[in-house]
Design a protein around this ligand. Structure first.
Ligand code: MN
Ligand code: MN
Length: 392
């Protein structure tokens, strides 16, 4: 038999699924060495990992790219990451002038601008309208059912959309062109009080996204509603918010307490410097949906009953932590790690392992864990503002 090609060739320096104590064996292939190198903790899980914990990672690089004139979109939903039932996410790019057409959906939409600028519009159920230009680090939130649009400005844009339903699909929204295309023209004529010929050139099917000219200054597009503008802004400048800082990084928390319209989704923008970590904690309210913006990190999810699983993440990945699972996030790279954590909740909430122990009778902690004064004296009654520094 002929020697198998490529796959059987050992890459010099390729990592092998062998633990320090000798457990495991080489992988002669077939194998994807580049992916193995990106997932050192899947290839060689720490010995503390145990049991069967569901997959908690999906990369946008492994999703279908919907390419349109005017931009593209791709999504990570329950279909890609079955455990992620509470939220789903869409990564979208719009060219200069590119339009995500007028549409609405059953789910709330929360968004973070990653690159460039866009103009967003919406009208609520009381005829109050909204228009704003958003840039890097800005958020927007559209309540369920409220119609809206997004258009790239001069530099185009890329953003992350998050919806409060793991089953949401960006390919299943109510679009204005789709409705027109599926309404008898005599009905359209009657509805608007015009002749049927007014609809002679409407699109025959859903448009979804299209290339248009970059719009003029916002003042040139403003329509004055007799009912005014929306009482709670649909936009929030997250990066303008003063972060909580520690030597290990920073965090900006945004929920309905400082972005009042955002009643369905709470979030934190977290920065972890090299050598830093997001301390061990869990969330008492709901699952966590993560999006990694830059750098690389690792997380172990503790799933109770002797089970735990460690994952490696990098820019463009989605991570997920089921409700109440203990976890941490360590920066494992040379670069600063930035990521977003989102929750289907009106508020952000987390419980610090360290603080819990510090505020509990000492005997209970010491006798359970068989630890001494070194640890007990290091406990902090004040919670780390999310990110602590650890010298490695
Ligand atoms: Mn939308
Ligand atoms: Mn968390």
């Amino acid at each position: 038999m002929r020697k198998l090609p490529q796959d059987r060739q050992e890459f010099v320096g390729a990592p092998q699924p062998i633990r320090e104590d000798g457990a495991g064996a080489t992988d002669p292939g077939p194998r994807d060495v580049l992916r193995d190198m990106q997932n050192p903790d899947l290839l060689v899980p720490p010995p503390t990992d145990a049991g069967t914990v569901p997959n908690l990672k999906f990369s946008f690089s492994d999703t279908h790219m919907r390419l349109e004139h005017g931009g593209w979109s791709r999504e990570v939903t329950e279909r890609e990451l079955p455990i992620a039932t509470t939220l789903s996410g869409v990564n979208m790019r719009l060219t200069p002038g590119g339009v995500r057409e007028l549409h609405w959906h059953k789910q709330a939409e929360w968004s973070f601008m990653i690159y460039g600028r866009a103009r967003i519009t919406a009208v609520d159920q009381d005829g109050r309208n909204f228009i704003a230009d958003v840039g890097v680090g800005d958020l927007w939130y559209f309540p369920p059912g409220v119609p809206h649009s997004i258009q790239g400005l001069e530099e185009g844009c890329e953003f992350l959309l998050v919806f409060d339903d793991g089953k949401f699909s960006e390919n299943d929204t109510f679009t204005i062109s789709d409705w027109f295309a599926h309404t008898p023209k005599d009905v359209l004529a009657a509805n608007f009080g015009v002749r049927e010929s007014a609809f002679a050139h409407i699109p025959s099917k859903q448009v979804y996204m299209y290339q248009a000219k970059v719009p003029g200054a916002i003042a040139t597009q403003q329509i004055m509603s007799p009912y005014g503008t929306v009482p709670k802004s649909f936009m929030h400048r997250l990066l303008a918010q003063q972060p909580s800082r520690t030597p290990g990084g920073s965090v900006r928390i945004v929920d309905s307490s400082n972005f009042p319209i955002s009643t369905a989704i709470a979030a934190a923008l977290v920065e972890i410097k090299p050598g830093g970590m997001r301390e061990m904690h869990w969330h008492p309210n709901n699952d966590e949906w993560q999006y990694y913006l830059s750098g690389q990190g690792r997380m172990t999810a503790f799933a109770a009953d002797g089970t735990a699983r460690t994952f490696d993440y990098r820019a463009g990945d989605v991570g997920y932590v089921p409700f109440a699972f203990g976890h941490y996030i360590q920066n494992t790279g040379e670069q600063t790690l930035w990521f977003l954590e989102m929750f289907k909740s009106d508020r952000f909430a987390d419980i610090s392992l360290n603080q819990w122990m510090a505020l509990t009778p000492r005997e209970l902690v010491q006798d359970t864990l068989r630890v001494g004064p070194e640890l007990m004296n290091a406990l902090r009654k004040e919670k780390w503002p999310v990110v602590k520094y650890s010298s490695q």
